[in-house]
Design a protein around this ligand. Sequence first.
Ligand code: PEP
Ligand code: MG
Length: 675
Amino acid sequence: MKQLDLIIQNPTGLHARPAAVFVNTAKQFQANIRVQHGAKKANAKSVISVLTLGVERGGQICITAEGPDEDEALAVLKTAVENGLGDELPGANGHSTGPTEIKPAPVEQPAAPSRVSDSIRRGIPAAAGIAVGPVYQFQPVKLTIVETIATPEEERARLDAGLDSAKTELQTLYQQVLQRLGAGEAAIFEAHLAILADPDLRENALSYILAGQSATQSWQQAVEEMAAALAQLQDELLAARAADIRDVGQRVLRAVAGLNHSGPELPAEPVILIAHDLSPSDTVSLDPNRVLGFCTAVGGANGHTAILARALGLPALVGAGPDILTVPNGAPAILDGAAGTLSLSPDPETVAQAQHQRQTDQTRRAAELEAAAEPALTQDNHQVEVVANIGSLADARQAVSCGAEGVGLLRTEFLFLDRPTPPTETEQFEVYRDIVLALAGRPVIIRTLDVGGDKPLAYLPLPPEENPFLGQRGVRLSLARPDLLRVQLRAIFRAAAFGPCRIMFPMITTLEDWRAVRQMVAEVQAELVGPAVELGIMVEVPAAALIADSFAREVDFFSIGTNDLTQYTLAMDRGHPALSAQADGLHPAVLRLIAQTVKAAHAAGKWVGVCGELAANPQAIPLLVGLGVDELSASVPAIPAVKTQIRTLAWSKTQELATQALACATAAEVRAVGA
Ligand code: PEP
Ligand code: MG
């Protein structure tokens, strides 16, 4: 047996992503590998177990390995830890790069659940929308399991059969969610599959079976111990993982006991569901004909349940506190998901208003969807292209049904993240081709890999950077690793044989960057004798906007990334919780850069899109149209509403508004112009 002591330098310690890289590295070896941190010990091949160590930055771990490849295992783990396990480590000069783990954007949350009055309960807004109806207290079905303890071998076989059948269920659910809601939501169930495959969970359960317990008792005990250990770490993200472990635990338990999962039992009449918590599996199986919305006592806006509610379009509030569980069944209520309130026993007039609001919202959404395939023409017949921002094949399919006239931004990062090696040319080609085919002749703008800085890749250890957002991001990284870019360009050119593709480069700042990538495109095109493909750049750095006239002579199009353009223009981190209100894309400085870009492009006969969040912002849309932006690229669900709003505008009027906005000195003044 060999052993090794190491210090974890990762800014967030041995947290989710570095822990996953550590475990995947350990799994490559036959040796039995354990990690010790203080008095806690973990199996290095179990991600749950490694997470429960709670190793923080600067923490020491002792790794022991025993087996035929023990030396190699320790050497490779040492290098992996020293290289940052997919994170950037603090610089050798002692500077810190800050946390690199991608955490969900913070959502404004009330300090604590509160009673505004006896009749209004407040929680955390989770999914917008209004629900009006009787409440129904959802009690999770208590599994009644009749215990008959057989021999340990038979109990072990029962457990393994249960694990197998839960795996099949989860694989099916993953595919269904992928098709219905998209890759982001499906990833929740991919994580459940990883929990199911965790060796420690199974081994702990087996040890209880050997001690004479039944398969179900043993499994329950193993799951509860792991979930409780994570929940105890008092970390919001890890606590959320504990809920996922329990959800997977219940699924396996039902499978072992031979019980079906048909989702929560509900009354026939549609209700507002109230629950202590809802598991992701329960949430995704809610029947929208019987559930008007839901309110939970616990949970946060970034938990999996809230994410699923938003994707399902189900009004929801979470974290409303335990008081909510005492509301009697059948009590009439109004749930406002955007405001985060549940109003109990509302008077008839308030009910009528809410019903009216709900009806109006629904009618408006249905009408928007009905007209989504029509072009977005202003009242005075000026057309604005409305296209989609997508990140998966499922998004492409949904984009078409929501009326997208093409794809203005395919974020290709999803192909590169969370894997030990880069995707091959064929893997990439197949995905791009399928997206092109799903768009049935509509054009797609494929953005080349936009990682680095805040989005580390396990197979691409980057040197430490003091300011990752100002470092080797986007195209700069592609130029530093031309091998990766070349493979991606080859895959895109091959896909372009199946339908119209355009290529766009992120974070272009200098003409030299642009010319270098254009040269590489020309080489790849010549190698493959590829079709002509339009080439454009993202304008997301002020420098690119300021010399847009020079770029306009050489590129085919511009797409303005207002998320980053706002960040770099105002020098405000786009994810900074304290600056989120001020990091406003409607700041006149940002608008003036947009105006300058459009002017330069049009003078050279080129077109301009906007693909940042501003493109779907109702206050920004008239101004962008008035500034002459030719294309708005928005998230898929926003497309019908964007088109509808454009149809209400008169282009001549929006031009006047835009001129006024450009003369403003503050974002507040700009907002007043649009009001
Ligand atoms: C942007 O910066 O506005 C943009 C669309 O790109 P991303 O959000 O992917 O950085
Ligand atoms: Mg960007």
